[in-house]
Design a protein around this ligand. Structure first.
Ligand code: ADP
Length: 255
């Protein structure tokens, strides 16, 4: 475990930080992070869970959770959607404004989001990382005690290549890889129920085996996931009994 490295300083009030990462953008990392966080509260109702959007250049948590506003970095930054406390650069900048920042500015913003938000008392803080293996991933892994990383990938070779790099990076900085989630694993035609593996089948499962890490589960490619995400109503809360919500809860239970 990365806990206890000399430079690492815990986030006040937060018991476990779980980072959700991917090699590539667009594989469903943020969607998975939000539904995983909600899934954690669904499978452990007594636990409190928060979400931090560390994707400073492309914050999507406000949209995914249908939240707006300009909180200050004080007690009033508590933003609750359903039962989740969340924080994102997206609350602090205009939707259309590009965030044109160099590495150091990004890191300073993330430090603020992590440490100047009153997270209260959280059992889990789920951090939606930017894609790839850059400064942010390294700094978060080195500056705070991270309980583990969940890597999201589609089954496609091009996504798996980068997912592998992500997993290897976490191993290098002593962050335990909790496992791989295979997103968009299969598409079932709503009319004829034929199943198509649009992005290939079982690539992430095989990669998990190769890396010697857990396979946390499959999330189907499903219209409901996309539509509900666009409305800011993640499926775990908007369609809690649907197979797609169950898929996220299964991943949460495996984490
Ligand atoms: P990332 O964070 O990796 O860039 P997002 O979570 O923003 O990816 O997802 C990219 C797009 O794919 C979004 O439009 C999202 O609604 C959609 N999406 C993600 N996962 C699924 C899924 N399992 N089924 C259908 N659409 C999905």
């Amino acid at each position: 475990m990365a806990r206890g490295l000399p430079k690492q300083k815990p986030i006040t009030g937060v018991k476990q930080v779980i980072v959700v990462a991917s090699g590539k953008g667009g594989v469903g990392k943020s969607t998975t992070a939000v539904n995983l966080a909600l899934g954690l509260t669904a499978v452990n109702p007594s636990k409190s869970v928060g979400v931090l959007d560390a994707d400073v250049h492309g914050p999507s948590i406000p949209k995914l959770m249908n939240l707006k506003g300009n909180p200050e970095l004080t007690d009033s930054t508590k933003r609750r959607a359903v039962c989740l406390l969340s924080m994102s650069m997206g609350f602090l900048v205009d939707d259309a404004a590009p965030i044109v920042w160099r590495g150091l500015m990004v890191m300073s913003a993330i430090e603020k989001l992590l440490r100047q938000v009153n997270w209260g008392s959280l059992d889990y803080l789920v951090v939606d990382m930017p894609p790839g293996t850059g400064d942010v991933q390294l700094s978060i892994s080195q500056n705070i005690p991270v309980a583990g990383a969940v890597i999201v990938s589609t089954p496609q070779d091009i996504a798996l290549l980068d997912a592998r790099r992500g997993a290897e990076m976490f191993k290098k900085v002593n962050v335990p890889v909790l496992g791989l989630v295979q997103n968009m694993s299969v598409f079932q035609c709503p009319n004829c129920h034929h199943q198509t593996h649009i992005f290939g089948s079982d690539g992430a499962r095989r990669l998990a085996e190769t890396l010697g890490v857990h396979f946390l589960g499959d999330i189907p490619l499903h219209l409901n996931i996309r539509e509900m995400s666009d409305r800011g109503q993640p499926v775990v809360v908007s369609s809690p009994d649907s197979p797609e919500a169950e898929a996220y809860k299964k991943v949460a239970a495996a984490v």
